[in-house]
Design a protein around this ligand. Sequence first.
Ligand code: UT7
Length: 328
Amino acid sequence: MKIRAAITGINGYVPDDVMTNDDLAKIVDTNDEWISTRTGIKERRILKGEGLATSHMASEAVRGLLKKTNTDAKDVDLVICATVTPDFMFPSTANLVCTQVGIPTIGSFDILAACSGFLYALSIGSQFIEAGKYKKVIVIGADKMSSIIDYQDRTTCILFGDGAGAVMLEPTTEENGVMDFVLKSDGTGENHLYMKGGGSRYPSSHETVDNRWHYIRQEGQAVFKFAVTNMADVSAEIMERNNLTGEDVAWLVPHQANKRIIDATAKRMGIGDDKVMLNIQKYGNTTAATIPLCLHDYESQLKKGDNLVLAAFGGGFTWGSAYIKWAY
Ligand code: UT7
């Protein structure tokens, strides 16, 4: 009998501090009307507190997940964390999270696929379950975007926020769980969405800091064009190869980068607004955390057997989709 990886629990965490569009209008030349109509964002959360980083939010999400799923930390087999804002270049944030929440010395590692990170990590995690190797895999998407945002750049600072989400994957022989996924990438995206400094090509120096290369840069229009086409295409692709029509899909769970991109994807899939998970208005773009935060916010509306299509697009470029049958 085929073993699949079922999501058996979900938990999200966002910091308490809220930054509204009006707050941003006090520091850069922007306004609530522009941000709302161009992106759908009204406010975002910002992690404040000395020494608090991505691992803090991820650990909060995982602690709650262990509690909700009644899981003993010592029973977890593997932890994967998707992030572009690790606490450090190394060690990996997943290593730190395990120690912070009391998960013993199991394997744990980070995945870097920008806004598609959670989708990539979920796909990887599900393979360990399907292979029969592990019984409990935690997949995290977490980003402290405020740590790499240039609050003098109005084209990017309005978009992003901080947050984390985590899911538990366990084996099932029922016809549910992660049914299929499509992963894509194209390194020509390098020049459109990137953080130039701090890596091995331009190690941190006075020069990189003077040039503000330690911040995220995005050519919004170019990324928009790629995102709008590819997120819709990859969602249509996974529906076609699984013989799903718009009517079969209970929920689209899209990466929350821009409401206009989400609307275009839903239209292409032939599904109505009432089936689209949306929380961009509250959190902005939390990069790897958007999809698990959506699942967390909508958990009470999900029913066993619901067909979910997850779709994401981000830096790299990376993009992808996953077809999930909700397991509880
Ligand atoms: O998650 C990773 C993937 N990322 C994405 O999917 C993001 C994709 N890109 C986008 O979502 C959009 O391109 C943005 C929301 C970033 C920008 O929206 P846009 O409709 O593409 O605006 P634009 O860049 O074409 O700028 C239009 C105008 C410009 O002024 P002019 O040249 O027409 O006078 C900008 O300077 O809006 C101006 N502008 C702003 N005005 C007020 C740019 N940023 C702002 C701002 N407030 N924050």
